[in-house]
Write a protein that binds this ligand. Structure first.
Ligand SMILES: [Zn+2]
Ligand SMILES: [Zn+2]
Length: 180
């Protein structure tokens, strides 16, 4: 790109494959280290710096936030940044000793594009709260409420002078959970 510097009007286009040096992502999903991002790069020489426009594509992997299966999803971001000659703080990025460092720009754009709660599909039903199976794999999945004959008998006593019906209900719920 050296022939671009300080030559306003000059322009270069290039396709690059960038190997990600460290994971680009958040706690639940990201582009893994050593995976490849395809970058279509366009560099334009302006009076105050190099304007970089890039289309970045890759694949992020992570875990569905509801049912916890491994997922992969495409990453596609567009970047446009001016790398300035000036060291003025007004410019976020600058040309450094005749080079530009694209990595932080690409990393920030990729990380920002990723969801904080990725899902395997929009209508993922998550896991059964009782037995933990993935509900999408088990359509119609349900549990019959186990009926303990002793509690059934007590329920029949309701309204017959039981002092604390609320307690009975509370205890019953606890017993149901223990017996699954
Ligand atoms: Zn899911
Ligand atoms: Zn279940």
């Amino acid at each position: 790109m050296f022939d671009l510097l300080h030559r306003p009007g000059e322009m270069r286009e290039r396709s690059l494959e960038i190997v990600v040096p460290e994971p680009f992502g958040n706690a639940v999903i990201g582009v893994k280290a050593a995976s490849v991002l395809d970058v279509d790069l366009r560099m334009e020489s302006l009076h105050d710096g190099i304007l970089v426009t890039a289309d970045v594509e890759g694949v992020a992997s992570g875990e569905c936030g509801r049912c916890l299966i491994d997922i992969e999803q495409g990453v596609e971001v567009e970047i446009q940044e001016l790398f300035a000659y000036s060291q003025d703080e007004a410019f976020e990025y600058e040309v450094q000793t005749d080079t530009i460092d694209l990595e932080p720009v690409i990393r920030d754009a990729v990380v920002l594009s990723l969801p904080f709660q990725p899902v395997c599909q929009e209508d993922c039903l998550g896991l059964c709260p009782q037995c933990g199976v993935r509900l999408l794999d088990n359509p119609g999945h349900e549990h019959e409420a186990p009926v303990d004959p002793r509690w059934a008998a007590l329920a029949g006593l309701e309204g017959l002078g039981n002092d604390e019906p609320n307690d009975v209900a509370g205890t019953s719920t606890g017993a149901t959970e223990e017996k699954r």
